[in-house]
Design a protein around this ligand. Structure first.
Ligand code: IFM
Length: 443
């Protein structure tokens, strides 16, 4: 099965960037040469990770990185999106860790030498544990520590990075990590979720200013995830509940960046829940960005709840991925169009899209037709949005290779490349071959 796009599709223009993405904690391993992070601590707690695993080896990318970038180059992609482990490049006293910086310099230079553009995310959830011990993202000082980290690393690596993203999915760091506690650091209070989100966004704004100073030649922005909410019915109650959920989960992170304000639902929060916002914070958060990274996987359906603001209805008859996430590509087109309508946007890059499927490795082959179909449907969805006038300039498949899927450990496989964790051998899946063939077919 092949991936194809209409002949005149803008995705087939040479200027459109096709890439693959990963994140430090999910693939690197190499934990002896970095500071412990909140995910090391979280994994060590009982009953946090589905298969009781951790990130100590993961895909051993820390040792196998050269092999991995050869694989990326062979796929023919234009760009590779990776994240830097904060605790690998900054010591506990705030000074630079030369060995850690060398690791990323070698990796990034290796990519550049292979003509692959480098998209670097500064924070993909692996907060150094010593910062968490001082309150983590509940402590405003963490935003300033992030600013310093951004300053050091962007000055060091300015010549080998094409694009910097400050944060990956602040929704996950704040809501999953501090509000409902299913991610590190495992705290669970609504007020924590809202306060940590504010400090994360503040960290983003502070770092944006540093990036624009140190790396004016690169494209600098943020990566947000969106799970568009759909109303279960046309009733006024369900529609209002859905609008609330969208404000709470999606627009909470984009409105401050593009409009300098939180959604109006903030006014309905009690003083205990409202985040503490200091004068000038919203202006910092609204620092202009060069690009918006959009991560999309699925949609959610909501209805009104008698005792709560909304209730999510899990998919029943709909097709789902191995994560149980509904496959609903129309929501992707809808999201891109809505973002375009709501805000005056910089270029959009789809920084993550892909799916977990139940893969079987047989005689070196993974015949993952379901994943190819997912990619086909979602590439079509992006194509449709572009035709409707949305300025999307790139698309990254999540993920380059199977990796540590957070609280689900190694039980879910998102890769275009299959990883045999016993031998650390990599096998290009049929989806990886189809993605590669599509990319190489551009003239
Ligand atoms: O694996 C994650 C990634 O780290 C962030 N975005 C969603 C992916 C799939 O859950």
């Amino acid at each position: 099965m092949k991936l194809s796009l209409p002949k005149n599709s803008r995705l087939l223009d040479k200027e459109f960037t096709f890439g693959v993405a990963t994140a430090s904690f999910q693939i690197e391993g190499g934990i002896a040469s970095r500071q412990a992070c909140i995910w090391d601590t979280f994994c060590a707690k009982p009953e946090t990770i589905a298969d009781n695993s951790d990130g100590s080896i993961a895909c051993d990318h820390f040792n196998l990185w050269e092999n991995d970038i050869n694989l990326i180059a062979d796929m023919g992609v234009d760009a590779y999106r990776l994240s830097i482990a904060w605790g690998r490049v900054i010591n506990e006293d705030g000074s630079a860790n030369a060995d850690g910086i060398d690791f990323y310099r070698n990796l990034l230079s290796g990519l550049k030498a292979r003509n692959i553009k480098t998209f670097v995310t500064l924070y993909h959830w692996d907060l150094p544990q010593h910062l968490e011990d001082n309150g983590g993202w509940l402590n405003r000082q963490t935003a300033y520590a992030f600013e310093q980290y951004a300053d050091i690393i962007s000055a060091e690596l300015a010549d080998v990075v094409d694009s910097w993203a400050t944060l990956n999915e602040p929704f996950c760091s704040s809501y999953l990590g501090y509000e409902i506690g299913i991610h590190a650091p495992g705290k669970a209070e609504q007020a924590f979720g809202r306060q940590s989100a504010h400090h994360l966004l503040l960290a983003h704004g502070l770092a944006m200013k540093v990036l624009q100073k140190n790396c004016p030649q690169s494209m600098n922005g943020i990566v947000l995830n969106f799970t568009p909410g759909y109303s279960a019915s046309d009733s006024e109650a369900d529609r209002q509940a859905t609008a609330y959920a969208n404000d709470y989960f999606n627009w909470w992170y984009s409105r401050p960046i593009f409009e300098g304000k939180y959604p109006d639902i903030i006014d309905s929060f009690t003083d205990e829940i409202k985040p503490k916002i200091l004068a000038g914070d919203m202006e910092i958060i609204a620092t202009p960005i060069d690009f918006l990274g959009v991560n999309f996987y699925t949609r959610a359906v909501y209805k009104a709840h008698p005792n709560d603001v909304f209730e999510e209805i899990p998919p029943t008859d709909a097709p789902v991925t191995d994560m149980g996430w509904e496959i609903y590509p129309a929501a992707f087109t809808g999201l891109l169009k809505e973002l375009n309508q709501r805000y005056s946007l910089p270029p959009i890059y789809i920084t993550e899209n892909g799916c977990a499927m139940k893969d079987n490795l047989t005689a070196g082959t993974v015949n993952d037709l379901g994943r190819i179909q997912y990619y086909q449907d979602h590439l079509n969805a992006v194509d449709e949005a572009i035709t409707a006038g949305v300025n999307v300039q790139g698309y990254f498949g999540w993920s380059l290779m199977d990796n540590f899927e957070w609280a689900l450990g190694y039980t879910k496989r998102f890769g275009l490349v299959y990883v045999d964790y016993d031998t650390q051998q990599r096998f290009l899946k049929e989806s990886g071959k189809a993605y590669s063939t599509l990319i190489k077919s551009r003239t």
